[in-house]
Design a protein around this ligand. Structure first.
Ligand SMILES: [Zn+2]
Length: 227
């Protein structure tokens, strides 16, 4: 599937078992290397399915009514006392308010300190020949423009499914993922939010297994909490 830019068609349209009783509001594929965005209303769920495994999904969340209120990695980390995101993690804004809560997680650990790839970081890390490669920042800017967002609105992001271990001496790694094909996670909106996603096009490190792939984005309504 990676050699084509044809729209991805889902071979299996069944919902993940734990949201099978939900009413689907939106169910689309975020293409490999491409962006996605959407409004998730308070109480609604956003499920991200790592269709082929080992795909980093860069993500920033904004208050839909006031995008100056946006995801804050340091506030989220400080409030939960842990550098990884996992089931139960509350995504907090720069105001400290809850934006979304990770209700269900089949992977166990997600990164929020590794940042998003850009042509600047790529050329610094991997050499000047990578400066023209499409990167997450371009996805964020192109998709964010649809909502009136610009470069100054791009803050430290979440990397769903990305494995960025912090070694005992504090060194960061970007290593092979711990996700697998078909694994999913589900967030619930604590207020109306705008979710901005870059389905990471990085090919210079193992965050996408050197082969970026499509993911599935499902917005749904259902009983709370998830059974
Ligand atoms: Zn990226």
């Amino acid at each position: 599937m990676s050699a084509t830019t044809e729209p991805t068609t889902l071979a299996d349209t069944a919902l993940p078992g734990y949201i099978v009783d939900h009413r689907v509001v939106s169910d689309v594929v975020a293409e490999r290397r491409g962006p996605w965005s959407g409004i998730v209303h308070a109480g609604q769920f956003l499920t991200i399915v790592d269709l082929y495994g080992n795909q980093a999904v860069d993500c920033i969340v904004y208050d839909a009514a006031d995008t100056d209120i946006r995801y804050s990695a340091p506030d989220t980390i400080a409030a939960q006392g842990n550098i990884y995101l996992t089931e139960g993690s509350v995504l907090r804004a720069n105001t400290g308010d809850a934006l979304m809560t990770l209700r269900h997680d089949q992977v166990g650990r997600h990164d929020t300190i590794g940042g998003a790839c850009s042509k600047e970081s790529n050329s610094l890390r991997y050499g000047h020949h990578t400066v023209h490669q499409h990167a997450c920042v371009e996805n964020f800017l192109a998709e964010g423009a649809r909502w009136g967002l610009g470069k100054r609105d791009l803050v430290s992001n979440i990397n769903w499914y990305m494995n960025v271990p912090v070694e005992p001496d504090g060194v960061l790694g970007i290593v092979d993922g711990i996700s697998a094909p078909g694994l999913s996670l589900t967030l619930q909106a604590d207020r109306d939010v705008l979710v901005l996603v870059s389905n990471c096009p990085q090919i210079n490190n193992p965050c996408n297994g050197f082969d970026p792939t499509a993911v599935r984005m499902i917005i749904s309504e259902g009983p709370r909490p998830i059974a």
